[in-house]
Design a protein around this ligand. Structure first.
Ligand code: ADP
Ligand code: MG
Length: 635
């Protein structure tokens, strides 16, 4: 407050002439409490986070200065300075980057603005031990400073603005914002170290942390102790410009942490320099875990575009198709103009060529991994397969390669299988690739509709990604064999040899005609048909869709998304070999109007619905009938 500046602020903003104490968003306070008390094994990472932010701020200012030259740093040198003050027991990180104005300070450092932090807050359990371990997975950026600090100060001035601001907090529920003085534009984060730990006050130690975590930062990081001579502590060159042979796995991983704002270890690294008609470098990563925004409706890539080492944007670059949007990293083009706009990027031959190059290299690498290191590839597939399959549905040029890369759960075992392997295991006489769609592979594996397939030893793919219900009908066949849903149309397995022929062997014996007729009469419009089943061995009943109807699971997805409002009537299949059905059939053959047949018809339909994970038709009626039948059973 003492340093209140007299420069006038824009009209309409009365706030901020004096120190104001604001409270953190409620989730923020919880989070800070956990950060402060977490037993984070590597406290050093707070420095990495502050340097990462300083680097982002330099990137942003350099970018903004492309269109507003008055924002540029005089002399053009961006840099990050770390100062150790052993007497004051502070460690400060200064940058001459973009800086923040008052509103940005409050928004960026007072609320949960980052998706990662928000995801972290959302997953907090309230059990502090469990929650501490979550930090390791999510990372909390700026707030990690509270692991080592009892107070953090941020002194900042937005490029192009006159007023400077000080943000201060002890990380315990509130923070203060007040006017301050700062000669140059940029930010300084001052970490007041807690009393018990001197380790961050040593030049050697801090220099070591910088080299370990921030060597790749493309701006010089200089380090000074107690006002001494500053020395550069990092390499200071863009990592992606270095020859591959000079870069260690650790450096790649640390660069990934910085560029992706992620804490996990990347699953694969793609680093190349394309020269020729167009010249660009790319350093891309397949993340070790699903990024939080993977399934957000925008389906946007976050890969950063640089032009000749200058950061341009990470939004709508058009460099990566949406079905590779999980990739993180940078692309640095020599050919695009520095002032390239979003519109220019969208239909630009250079962008299109880079995109084609990235797609090709990424798929090459995945194919190589699938061949050489199947477990590693399967782990990538488990996290990102659902996204890759969007490319098949969208009809990407690489559709066939993507189908080749696809992996599936199946009834053949616990692992993942490719379509090629499935086809290789097809039975003599099997003419289709069978699949069943649903939400949960374990539940699908126990579906009544696949009983006869199991008995015959016919493998069924268990598809649990919603996108499967869309790309499969669209692709239609693979290797000349049609995809067929086991819950749709007839399932004639009689041509297939072998297995345990329980499904076909015993003659059904009893005539089902009167029973199916009586059931149809009882159920009316509720079912499309009632018929004997060739796909059941153990269960009494199941529901299937008609030949020309939509697959059951697809219909359920569309209904959940309000794309269609009514479910089509299903075919109720009954198992001629099941004792209950046999008994009912005998009864129907004697007296097709016996009242028990009507109750049985409804109970069987409801049973089939429950097996599908749907609700009974009418819970009150269901309960009444159930009690009635059970009572009769007692007598
Ligand atoms: P992230 O870096 O993932 O966005 P952080 O928690 O590290 O999340 O930082 C939160 C936000 O605070 C940043 O997005 C940025 O807007 C702002 N910020 C932090 N440090 C700086 C800085 N040195 N200069 C300018 N803005 C900063
Ligand atoms: Mg950050």
């Amino acid at each position: 407050m003492s340093e209140a500046k007299t420069k006038s602020r824009k009209a309409g903003k009365s706030a901020g002439k004096q120190a104001e104490t604001l409270t953190f968003q409620a989730e923020m306070s919880r989070l800070l409490d956990i950060v402060a008390h977490s037993l984070y094994s590597e406290k050093d990472i707070f420095l990495r986070e502050l340097i990462s932010n300083a680097s982002d701020a330099c990137d942003r200012r350099r970018h903004d200065a492309l269109t507003r030259p008055e924002l540029a740093v005089t002399g053009g040198d961006y840099r990050i300075a770390i100062a150790i003050d052993t007497k004051a027991r502070t460690l400060s990180v200064s940058d001459n980057g973009i800086g923040m104005n008052r509103d940005e300070l409050v928004a960026n450092l007072g609320t949960i603005a980052r998706s990662g932090t928000a995801a972290f807050a959302a997953s907090l359990t309230g059990d502090s031990r469990k929650d501490s371990s979550l930090i390791g997975q999510f990372g909390v950026g700026f707030y990690s400073a509270f692991m080592v600090a009892d107070r953090v100060e941020v002194l900042t001035r937005r490029a192009g603005e006159d007023d400077a601001w000080r943000w201060t907090s002890d990380g315990k529920g509130s923070f203060t914002v007040e006017p301050a003085a700062r000669d140059a534009h940029g930010s300084t984060v001052i970490v007041h170290l807690r009393g018990d730990d001197d380790s961050f006050l040593g030049r050697e130690r801090v220099g070591g942390i910088v080299r370990r975590y921030s060597d790749h930062i493309p701006f010089p990081i200089v380090l000074a102790e107690d006002g001494g001579e500053p020395e550069q502590a990092n390499l200071g060159a863009a990592l992606w410009t270095q020859p591959k042979s000079n870069v260690t796995a650790e450096q790649y991983a640390e660069f990934y942490h910085h560029v992706a704002h992620a804490m996990d270890e990347p699953r694969s690294v793609l680093h190349f320099h394309a020269e020729g008609a167009i010249d660009y470098r790319a350093l891309l990563f397949v993340p070790g875990a699903r990024p939080f925004d993977l399934f957000q409706p925008e389906r946007q890539s976050r890969v950063k575009l640089y032009v000749r080492r200058v950061f341009i944007t990470d939004h709508e670059t058009g460099l990566v198709p949406s079905w590779l949007r999980f990739l993180r990293g940078v692309v640095d083009s020599e050919d695009l103009p520095l002032n390239v706009s979003r519109e220019m990027l969208q239909d630009n031959p250079v962008t299109a060529k880079i995109r084609a190059g990235i797609v090709k290299r990424t798929l090459d690498e995945m194919e190589r991994q699938a061949k050489d290191d199947a477990p590693a590839y399967n782990a990538i597939w488990a996290d990102f397969g659902a996204v890759l399959k969007e490319g098949i549905y969208e009809g990407a040029t690489e559709r066939d390669r993507l189908i080749g890369l696809s992996r599936f759960r199946s009834t053949a075992g616990d692992g993942l299988t490719s379509l090629a392997d499935y086809v290789g295991r097809m039975k003599e006489g099997q003419d289709a690739i069978w699949y069943i769609g649903g939400d949960d592979a374990a539940a699908l594996a126990r579906s009544p509709q696949i009983e006869a397939f199991r008995a015959k030893g016919v493998e069924v793919l268990l598809l649990t990604d919603p996108v499967d219900d869309f790309w499969i009908p669209m692709v239609g066949t693979h290797d000349g064999k049609p995809f067929k849903s086991v819950t749709r149309g007839g399932a004639d397995l009689s041509k297939i040899e072998g297995g345990d022929d329980k499904a076909e062997d015993e003659p059904a014996g009893t005539d089902l005609g009167p029973l199916t007729a009586a059931m149809k009469l009882a159920l009316g419009e509720r079912v499309k048909d009632v018929r004997g089943s060739g796909r059941l061995t153990d269960s009494a009943v199941c529901l299937v869709a008609g030949d020309h109807d939509m697959d059951i699971h697809l219909e359920r997805i569309l209904r959940a998304h309000k794309q269609i409002d009514k479910a089509a009537a299903r075919i109720l299949e009954i198992n001629p070999k099941h004792p209950l059905i046999k008994g009912l059939a005998e009864k129907a053959n004697v007296d097709a109007s016996a009242p028990v047949l009507k109750d049985a018809a409804w109970l069987l339909l409801d049973q089939a619905r429950i097996l599908e994970g749907e609700q009974v038709t009418d819970p009150v009626e269901f309960a009444r009938r159930m009690s009635k039948v059970m009572t009769a059973g007692l007598g």
